[in-house]
Structures are given as C-alpha cells and as structure tokens.
Design a protein around this ligand. Structure first.
Ligand code: PXG
Length: 295
C-alpha cells in the first residue's frame, strides 16, 4: 500500500485520513481564519516568503495572533514537504481562530489552529491553457474593501463560491466578478489582466481583488519584457474590446481568456503577449532564485 501523505496540525504530523480538527473550531463554524495556497516546483517553494508575509498581514487585519514566528512557519512548511518527500507540490497553509464555543466571539478561542497540507498538484488541463477558457461575468458582486474583502485571504470564500456556481450552471469555465461600481475586479481565485494596444492592465485592489503574488510577478515580468503594465479600472466594455485577456494565480498560473459572456476576446485565440508571458512565467517558477529550496 502506498504511504499516506502526512499533514501538520499544531506541531504534530498525522496521516491524511486521520488529520482532523474539532467541530468547535471557528474556522469551520464561522470561516474565521486565514490561508495561503502555495506551490513548489522542482524542489523550490515559489515565493514562499511573499506568501508567508501575506499570511501574517491577513492575520493582522483579523487580529489573529499566529503562534509561530515567520521563520518557524517557513521551517514547518519545508519540514512537512520533506516528510512527504515532495518536490512538486501544492501547499495549503491554514491558520484558524481555533476551538471556541458556539458563539462567534473570537475571545473565546484561546489557541489558533495551524494546519499545513502538502499534496501533489492536480495540473490544470493543458488543453485549457492552449485553447484558452470561456468566462462569465456573474451577478454576485465582489465583497467591497469595507466588508469581507479579498484583500485579506480569509477562509470566507462564499463570495467566490457563488460566482463559481453561477459559471457552472451557465456552462462556462470560470467566473469574473465585478465590484459594486461595475468595474472588473478578479476571477474567483485568480487575478485578471487585459492587454490593449500593447499595454497590460489589471484592476486595482480597491475593487476588492486580492493582492495576488502571481499578479505581482506578471507585472514585473511584463515591465522587464518591455511592456507597460499598469493598475487601472476596467469596465466590462474594456474587457469585451480588449486585444487579449488572461487570469493569473498560484493554482491557475497564467491562463488565457478567449471569450467573455459569449464575446470573443481579440480573435478568440490566446494572444501573442499572453503566450509570451506564459512561456516566461514557466521559466521563472523553476528559477531557484525565485523561491526557497526544500532540501
Ligand atoms: N484572487 C483570489 C480571490 C484568490 O483566492 C488569487 C486572486 C491569486 O493570487 P495568487 O497570490 O495565488 O497569485 C487568489 C489565489 C485554490 C487556490 O486551491 C486558490 C488560490 C491560490 C491557490 C489555490 O483554490 N487563490
């Protein structure tokens, strides 16, 4: 029998089938907690420090005191990967408010729960990347920055799930969310970019979009390749009439969007700048200088 993957919970390692937490954990009862989705490529955890920094920033906003220092957290992630002998992995780091009572007051939760899952990655279909995906702008608005904003990577993902359900039932590959002013915000777990007249544009985080780590990598990469990359509001019309569009994210990497609400983007095929960024991104994630070695 194949050995089960081990999961870190509060400093101990449990086989996947026995990795369980209390039903009184406020992460489950109220979605009270923060998380990160991280990837390792070829023995190097891509942008690990940036993900750890964002985790601690998210925790600060929700006044959750993580019981490990950043260095201890980094070591715990690397140790979990080593215990599982993983080189290419998907890492899910979760810190919940911890076990409390059946009221939502966080003061009743004395000890946060720290969970590190390291698993093999399910690769996105190569076909979707080659052909591009068809997206739907959905009715559910991105939570604004003065609500459960995605500026904080919290366990509260109902906003994204409603978007995904809408795309699913309508038969589209992915959802695109607007902010309350009608500007494009992001996908459900991806940031969005358009290309117009050679310029690369992504919505500002004031639309409720996550400060994506892949987004940042792509902005810098675009500038390095000689393109102008800016943050600016994007209307649905801007998107429909863009030359190219694509999503970015840890899980998604860079994925071309070739159709939005049945309108073809450009000629309905992945555009040249998108393809260039996809190729260069593939090199960056495998560059040991861009991450933290596991072994
Ligand atoms: N927006 C939202 C709302 C996200 O949740 C991104 C943008 C892209 O951010 P990064 O930093 O990854 O470039 C995310 C990321 C998953 C999963 O398993 C979700 C994310 C990342 C990794 C895995 O659904 N969300």
């Amino acid at each position: 029998m194949e050995k089960e993957l081990l999961v870190y919970i509060d400093g101990k390692y449990y086989p996947k089938s026995q990795a369980k937490i209390s039903v009184y954990d406020h992460g489950l009862l109220y979605g009270d907690g923060v998380f990160e989705g991280i990837r390792a490529y070829n023995g190097v955890v891509f942008k690990l420090r940036e993900h750890i920094d964002r985790l601690y920033r998210s925790a600060r906003v929700i006044m959750l005191e993580i019981p490990l220092t950043k260095e201890e957290m980094i070591n715990a992630v690397l140790e979990t990967l080593r215990k599982n002998n993983l080189h290419d992995a998907y890492i899910r780091l979760i810190v919940t408010r911890g076990v409390g009572d059946l009221g939502l007051d966080p003061r009743k939760c004395p000890k946060p729960t720290v969970i590190i899952i390291t698993d093999v990655i399910k690769l996105h279909s190569k076909e979707a990347k080659e052909r591009g995906i068809r997206a739907l702008i959905v009715w559910v608005k991105r939570d604004p920055v003065d609500a459960t904003s995605h500026e904080v990577k919290s366990l509260n993902y109902m906003n994204s799930i409603l978007g995904k359900i809408e795309a699913n039932v309508a038969g589209f590959d992915e959802a695109i969310c607007l902010d309350k002013n009608g500007h494009i915000s992001e996908g459900i777990a991806e940031n969005i970019f358009i290309v117009k007249n050679g310029k690369i544009i992504t919505p500002p985080t004031s639309t409720g979009a996550l400060v994506g780590i892949t987004r940042d990598v792509i902005m810098k990469l675009a500038e390095k390749l000689g393109y102008k990359a800016v943050e600016a509001n994007i209307t649905p019309t801007d998107l429909f009439t863009a030359d190219e569009a694509f999503f970015t994210g840890t899980a998604a990497e860079v994925v071309p969007i070739v159709e939005v609400n049945k309108r073809k983007i450009g000629d309905g095929k992945p555009g040249p700048i998108t393809k260039r960024l996809m190729q260069e991104f593939e090199k960056i994630v495998r560059d040991p200088k861009e991450g933290t070695p596991i072994y």
